[in-house]
Design a protein around this ligand. Structure first.
Ligand SMILES: NC(=O)c1ccc[n+]([C@@H]2O[C@H](COP(=O)([O-])OP(=O)(O)OC[C@H]3O[C@@H](n4cnc5c(N)ncnc54)[C@H](OP(=O)(O)O)[C@@H]3O)[C@@H](O)[C@H]2O)c1
Length: 288
């Protein structure tokens, strides 16, 4: 006789909840059971994506309607996680039953948000898949190979890591006290590239570079810098005045940028200081 799969309840079933639950269902490692969102219609629509026609799965309207499950994924927006954990703990206390495992997928928040459940003896974790989830269908197709940052109780991480690995996730551990810095690093690695690109394009246009040339510059420079960083690492890929230790060029350019846009100049100066550090150059020009 086939063994029953562990059950998964979902609170929140948007891009991340649908993607993970769909992948686990398709892989046959978890059985999706109850799905709660802000409206039963969106929970039903989510179930159609996750496990269409699954006999044991259902959309519910309230936490009180949710059956006990082995694993609970709180895939709600970050600002809702603590309140959901508190409400779930109240529900669990009223129902009794064995402690389960609960986790959320926030990159910036730790498993400490799930403390009301941990206080009931549940094991808790956060599991941050480092992927931009555009929509569930796209993310299901893109998920294989996604790095997944695991943080929380060892019991929870020991259960979740094989589940993420089963759907192609590449798990690594982050200490609870490092979660904020870990996420700030992800912001540094991804979010500022578009900001710098936008600034560069504004400046090119301000100097009269035609639109078609701006697009060409965008494509050529970005592709080459990504290729070089991947092939050589960031330090070796660094070029420009800071890499050469050319303090005079940095100062002249910063002054011109300041006349064009003072905020951009502050960024230019701060990033040049960091670039000098990364390049192993002196932070100040040599004294005459
Ligand atoms: N999006 C990403 O690229 C990404 C990447 C990594 C990690 N994450 C993390 O994944 C988590 C979920 O993000 P997401 O992008 O999947 O969010 P989302 O697409 O906005 O979906 C949020 C879901 O939560 C439901 N919801 C909101 N408040 C609720 C409440 N009080 N009770 C029950 N359900 C509630 C929504 O219900 P309705 O469907 O009715 O609106 C929706 O189903 C967050 O912690 C986020 O930081 C996101």
């Amino acid at each position: 006789m086939a063994l029953a799969l562990p059950t998964l309840n979902l609170i929140g079933a948007g891009r991340v909840g649908q993607t993970l639950a769909r992948l686990w269902t398709r892989k046959g490692v978890l059985q999706v059971q109850d799905v709660l969102t802000r409206s039963t219609s969106s929970a039903r629509a989510a179930l159609d994506v996750i496990a269409p026609g699954a006999a044991n799965a259902r959309a519910v309207a309230h936490k009180a309607d949710m059956r006990p499950a082995d694993i609970w994924l709180l895939a709600v927006p970050d600002a809702q996680i603590a309140a959901c954990a508190q409400e779930l703990a109240t529900h669990a206390r009223q129902c009794g039953g064995a402690p389960a495992l609960a986790f959320h997928c926030s990159g910036a928040q730790s498993a400490a948000l799930l403390r009301p459940l941990r206080d009931l003896g549940w094991s808790v974790a956060s599991a941050h898949p480092v992927l931009s989830f555009a929509d569930a269908q796209t993310a299901v197709a893109q998920f294989a190979g996604t790095p997944c940052a695991m943080e929380g109780d060892s019991a929870a991480c020991d259960t979740l890591c094989p589940l993420f690995t089963a759907i192609g996730g590449a798990c690594f551990a982050v200490r609870s006290q490092d979660k904020v810095l870990y996420h700030a690093a992800a912001v540094l690695a991804t979010n500022f590239a578009p900001v710098l690109q936008a600034l560069a394009e504004e400046a090119w246009r301000a100097t009269g570079v035609p639109d078609a040339a701006v697009l060409h510059l965008r494509e050529r420079l970005l592709r080459h810098v990504v290729d070089n960083i991947v092939a050589l690492g960031p330090q070796q890929a660094l070029t420009g005045p800071a890499a050469r230790g050319d303090h005079l060029a940095i100062a002249r350019q910063a002054d011109v940028v300041a006349q064009w846009d003072p905020q951009a100049a502050a960024a230019y100066r701060a990033l040049s200081t960091l670039a000098l550090r990364i390049a192993g150059q002196a932070p100040e020009p040599p004294q005459a």
